[in-house]
Design a protein around this ligand. Structure first.
Ligand code: HEM
Length: 603
């Protein structure tokens, strides 16, 4: 198999993962089993109180289930398949099945047939980490359970992993007798309990200093060549990952946050959702490959898991110690701007959207002698607004906590607060973006969708940024607030045929065929309320922009528009989730970029 094939399959695989993970949602059981999460948590906390190691065991159980989180790991062998429990990485080693069974039976008596074992595993892993002092994360839910299991893929897919828990002598014997990158007294002390033959099941802590605490001791141990497993020490062995180990040793909070984010990503790896197996294509793609290629892909997946750890450094409590009033300051600034002028809410939402597709506050930068910024790009010129509001929020924050809160984060929070101020559903904004030191005029021109786009062009523009068609439709619902200028809908009201004729005529009064380019018209019938009227308008051919009406024009997205009309709260929830995704698009984090002092210029 050649490299391009591998790359194509890899992208196919990841786009499918993207589609499926988009079907998970944090509120999946909110109506059907509202006490599911609290029931799982209570049982996990009690199990961990009884036996601290159980926290590690539940985390590992989820990990071994994942790379397809579908509870296949829990299935006993049957006459038609040999399950995963006897696979090398699992046999005599996985534990926690009883805890999961108890949770399942409690949840079944609360809401029979509703909560999957795969979701229980995922939530139990999170609650275990929290019970041992780690950071929490929101678990997207809605996985379904597999109807089979694979001994062979459990054998071939699972890598070794370890700040909590224990490992058996058989897994680290070769390391303590043969490896050279090991602290010699550490090796000797382990040999006492793990002879060169026999004693295979004797346990030793994976993180020799604090095996029952979710902390960064694992990384500190690696620095002193005290990784228990060969695979652990590989992460700090003069290679490219040494710097990350060093960073986690000095910054434990960064490790906790990154771990939480990476766990969300792992929990979303190829779950079963909806009513059938959506992954036949992926499975055949993966498993029809010859062995070396399969290994390459699996290695790549594992690598991506670690890349994920490095890249996703955003967290919702990023400013909780460095600028505790950051969020309330932004909210007051937004609330006051929106109560002065309701449209400002729409403008701030749009400003964040136009910044995103790389949320780094580049949209706020004025032109300089070294670059032409984004403000004069086609989709922005004479159109995006709200800079004054962002600048005044920024100056308040600079006096509260100088040099701490990025302009990109202000934009992301202001967009959320704007939607809320106009009656929409809230969401948790992940924070920690940094500001760019440059801007791209050409990127803004080429990446942002145009008002004359066809459905296919809209789908393509959003899919370039990893959004599904469904998410594109959802996000277009941002047009439930705000205004557009005549120049953006002129062609539609004079030329389009899929437009209500009296609607077109009434708009023509204020948008002549020549002139009046800047005259405004509302994007939907209730432009200062974040509701589902935008979708209702589309049903009656009253979409203002050509691109709006494309979403309801006899094509594949009509059904979603209908769904949002009949179920307004599903639009609100989907919108909130899609905004979180948008806000996380390729932010600058860590030491990239800067925290600007003024949002309109680099420091
Ligand atoms: C689907 C592709 C999209 C296209 C083609 C598009 C295009 C436009 C255009 C042409 C305007 C009017 C600009 C003007 O005349 O000044 C506008 C306004 C607006 N857009 Fe979009 N947009 C899209 C997606 C989005 C998304 C994803 C959001 C947010 C989630 C959004 C939020 C807004 C808002 C709130 C306004 C009103 C701004 C104001 O009143 O100041 N748009 N959009």
């Amino acid at each position: 198999m050649n490299t391009s094939n591998i790359v194509v399959r890899f992208f196919l695989l990841f786009s499918l993962i993207g589609i499926v993970s988009a079907q998970l949602s944090a509120t999946f059981y909110a109506k059907t089993c509202p006490n599911a999460l609290s029931t799982i948590k209570t049982e996990v906390v009690s199990a961990v109180n009884n036996d601290r190691r159980m926290g590690a065991s539940l985390l590992r159980l989820h990990f071994h289930d994942c790379f397809g989180c579908d509870a296949s790991v829990l299935l006993d062998d049957t006459s038609s398949f040999t399950g995963e429990k006897t696979a090398g990485p699992n046999a005599n080693s996985l534990r926690g099945f009883d805890v999961i069974d108890t949770i399942k039976s409690k949840v079944e008596s609360l809401c029979p047939g509703v909560v999957s074992c795969a979701d229980i595993l995922t939530v139990a892993a999170r609650d275990s980490v929290v019970a041992l002092g780690g950071a929490s994360w929101t678990v997207p839910l809605g996985r379904r359970d597999s109807t089979t299991a694979s001994l062979s893929s459990a054998n071939s897919d699972l890598p070794g992993s370890h700040t909590i828990g224990q490992a058996r002598c058989v897994t680290f014997r070769r390391r303590i007798y043969n490896d050279t990158n090991i602290d010699s007294s550490f090796a000797t002390s382990l040999q006492a309990n793990c002879p060169s033959t026999g004693g295979d099941s004797t346990l030793s802590p994976l993180d020799t200093t604090t095996p029952n605490t979710f902390d960064n001791a694992y990384f500190k141990n690696l620095q002193s060549k005290k990784g228990l497993l060969h695979s652990d020490q590989e992460l700090f062995n003069g290679g490219s990952t040494d710097s990350q180990v060093n960073a986690y040793s000095t910054n434990p909070a960064a490790f906790k946050t990154d771990f939480a984010n990476a766990m969300v990503k792992m929990g979303n790896l190829s779950p079963l959702t909806g009513s059938k197996f959506p992954f036949t294509i992926m499975d055949t793609t993966l498993f029809s490959m010859n062995k070396p290629t399969t290994l390459k892909i699996r290695f790549f997946l594992f690598l991506c898991f670690f890349i994920g750890i490095v890249s996703s450094q955003l967290s919702s409590d990023f400013y909780s110690t460095t600028c505790p009033n950051a969020l309330s300051t932004i909210k007051s600034g937004v609330d006051s701007a929106v109560s002065n002028e309701a449209r400002m809410g729409a403008s701030l939402l749009r400003l964040h959207f136009h910044d995103c597709f790389g949320c780094d506050a580049s949209v706020l930068l004025n032109d300089t002698s070294s670059f032409t910024g984004e403000q004069s790009a086609g989709p922005n010129v004479n159109s995006i607004r709200g800079f004054g509001v962002i600048d005044s929020i920024k100056s308040e924050l600079e006096s509260l906590c100088p040099g701490v809160v990025s302009c990109a984060d202000i934009l992301a929070v202001a967009a959320r607060d704007s939607v809320v101020a106009l009656g929409g559903q809230s969401w948790t904004v992940q924070l920690g973006r940094r500001d760019s030191t440059t801007a791209s005029f050409s990127g803004a021109n080429s990446d942002l969708p145009g008002f004359s786009f066809s459905l296919q062009q809209l789908i393509d523009a959003f899919s370039k940024k990893d959004f599904t068609t469904e998410e594109m439709v959802t996000l277009s619902g941002g047009h439930t607030i705000g205004q557009a200028s005549c120049s953006t809908f002129r062609t539609r009201i004079y030329n389009d045929t899929n437009i209500d004729s009296s609607f077109a005529t009434s708009l023509q009064a204020n948008c002549p065929s020549v002139g009046g380019d800047r005259n405004l018209a509302p994007l939907d019938t209730s432009p200062t309320t974040f509701d589902n009227a935008y979708f209702q308008d589309l049903q009656s051919q009253k979409g203002l922009l050509h691109s709006d009406q494309e979403l309801f024009n006899g094509g594949s997205t009509d059904s979603q528009v209908n769904g949002y009309v009949s179920n307004p709260s599903s639009f609100q929830t989907d919108f909130a989730n899609a905004m979180v995704k948008m806000g996380n698009l390729s932010p600058l984090t860590g030491s990239s970029g800067e925290i600007r002092t003024n949002c309109w210029k680099t420091n």
